[in-house]
Design a protein around this ligand. Structure first.
Ligand SMILES: Nc1ncnc2c1ncn2[C@@H]1O[C@H](COP(=O)(O)OP(=O)(O)O)[C@@H](O)[C@H]1O
Ligand SMILES: [Mg+2]
Length: 373
C-alpha cells in the first residue's frame, strides 16, 4: 500500500539522509522503522506525507504517486503522531481532537461527540476531556495525540517515536494499548523507534536502518532476531538476541508438574495442611478460587506445631506467572523469579495448573537453540 521506489534524500554538503530506499509497506499491518539516531527514519516517514520531498525516487500510496497528490489532501488521509504529542496548548483536550474533524467540515456537535468517543477508545476518561494539555501526564498527552491522529479515520497512521518520551512502565502500557487498538482498527501503521525491543514487540515487519540512510534488513521480527544479515544488525539487535528470541518460541513443550497447595488464609487448627512426604518443600498458597497467592517456605509448610515452623507463617511473594500458551521466555521468567525455583503455571481463569521447573525450561530452550523445536 505504501511503496518506496529508489527514494533518496540528500541535503547539500552531507552524506545522504536516506539512500536509495526500496521498501513495500503492507496494508493493515504495523511496519516498524528501527535504527540508531540520525540514520534517516524520520526523514523516510516524512516523505510519505510530503513534509519532506525526496531528492530522487518515488513514493506511492495505494498506487498513486504522492507527488501528484496535493499535500494538504495527502496529510488529511494520514494520521501523524510525534514524540511530543504536539497538542495545541490553549485548547482543551476534546477540542484538540475535534479540531481535525472541524478541518474536515464535520459539524461542531458531531465533532465533539466523535472526539469524546475517540478519547474513550484510547483509554481516557470523560473527565480528562475538559482539561488543557499541560494538565495531563506525558502518557495521557500521547494518548490524546493518538486520538487526534485517529480522528479523521485515516487508513494510514504515521507514528514517529510516539512513546519514547514517557517512562518505561507507561511506555509498556501504551504499546499494549496500541496492539489492542490495532486489532480493532486494522490501520496501516508505520512506526518509528530507536528501541529494538519496541520494534520487535509491535512490528509485523521491521526495517532496520543503518548509518547513511540505508535499510540493512527488512523482515519479520523473529527473523531479524534469529538471523541478522550482517554485523551491524547483529550488534544493533544485541548480544542477548537469543534470549529475546525466546519470546517467539512456544512454551508448550515445557512439562507442567503437580504442586502441593494450601488454602489461604490457613486456619490455625487446620489439620489438613499439606504434608509433603520426605524433605519439607515449598507449598503454594491459593485462594478459594485456586488462584496463587504466594509461597510458604519449606520450614513454614511443615505445618503449625512442627519443629521449626513459625507460629503464624507469612507468605513469600510468588514470582511472575506462566499462562498456558505463553512463550518460553515467560516460562523462564516464572521459574527464575519464583522464590521456590518453581514457576507457577495458571490456566485461562488464573487457576493454578501446576509448576514448571527451571532445569526443564532450560532444556526446552536448548532444544530450540539446536533447532529441534
Ligand atoms: N532539514 C534538514 N537539514 C539538514 N539535514 C537534515 C535535515 N533533516 C535531517 N537531516 C539529517 O539527515 C539525517 C537523518 O535524519 P533523521 O531522518 O532525522 O534521522 P532519524 O530519524 O533516524 O534519527 C541526519 O544526519 C540529520 O542530521
Ligand atoms: Mg527521528
Amino acid at each position: 500500500m505504501v511503496e518506496f521506489q529508489g527514494v533518496s534524500k540528500i541535503y547539500p554538503g552531507q552524506p545522504p539522509a536516506v539512500d536509495n530506499l526500496n521498501l513495500s509497506v503492507e496494508s493493515g499491518k504495523i511496519t516498524v522503522f528501527v535504527g540508531p539516531s540520525g540514520c534517516g527514519k524520520t526523514t523516510s516517514l516524512r516523505m510519505i506525507n510530503r513534509m519532506v520531498e525526496p531528492t530522487s525516487g518515488s513514493i506511492t500510496v495505494g498506487g498513486r504517486n504522492v507527488g501528484d497528490i496535493p499535500a494538504p489532501e495527502l496529510r488529511r488521509s494520514m494520521g501523524y503522531v510525534m514524540q511530543q504529542a504536539g497538542l495545541l496548548p490553549h485548547r482543551t483536550v476534546v477540542d484538540n481532537v475535534a479540531t481535525v474533524l472541524r478541518l474536515n467540515k464535520v459539524p461542531r456537535a458531531q465533532a465533539r461527540q466523535r472526539s469524546m468517543e475517540l478519547l474513550e477508545t484510547v483509554g481516557l476518561s470523560a473527565a480528562m476531556a475538559k482539561r488543557y494539555p499541560n494538565q495531563l501526564s506525558g502518557g495521557q498527552q500521547q494518548r490524546v495525540g493518538v486520538a487526534r491522529a485517529l480522528a479523521a479515520d485515516p487508513p494510514i497512521l504515521l507514528m514517529d517515536e510516539p512513546f519514547s518520551a514517557v517512562d518505561p512502565v507507561v511506555r509498556a502500557e501504551l504499546q499494549h494499548e496500541l496492539l489492542r487498538l490495532q486489532r480493532e482498527l486494522d490501520k496501516t501503521i508505520i512506526f518509528v523507534t530507536h528501541d529494538i525491543d519496541e520494534a520487535t514487540l509491535l512490528g509485523d515487519r521491521v526495517a532496520v536502518f543503518a548509518v547513511g540512510g540505508r535499510v540493512a534488513q527488512y523482515a519479520s521480527p523473529e527473523e531479524i532476531l534469529r538471523a541478522p544479515v550482517d554485523d551491524f544488525v547483529a550488534n544493533f539487535v544485541g548480544r542477548d538476541r537469543g534470549f529475546r528470541r525466546l519470546s517467539f518460541s512456544s512454551g508448550a513443550a515445557v512439562p507442567v508438574h503437580e504442586v502441593a497447595t494450601v488454602a489461604w488464609p490457613r486456619k490455625h487448627d487446620d489439620v489438613s495442611s499439606p504434608r509433603v512426604p520426605g524433605a519439607p518443600a515449598w507449598v503454594l498458597a491459593v485462594d478459594a478460587e485456586d488462584r496463587p497467592l504466594g509461597w510458604l517456605s519449606p520450614a513454614d509448610s511443615a505445618g503449625p506445631g512442627r519443629p521449626g515452623a513459625a507460629v503464624s507463617p507469612s507468605l513469600v511473594p510468588g514470582g511472575s506467572l506462566f499462562h498456558s500458551g505463553d512463550p518460553l521466555r515467560t516460562a523462564l521468567d516464572s521459574a527464575l523469579s519464583s522464590p521456590s525455583g518453581l514457576g507457577v503455571a495458571v490456566d485461562d481463569e488464573g487457576r493454578v495448573a501446576g509448576v514448571v521447573k527451571g532445569p526443564e525450561v532450560l532444556a526446552a530452550i536448548d532444544a530450540v537453540r539446536e533447532g529441534k523445536n
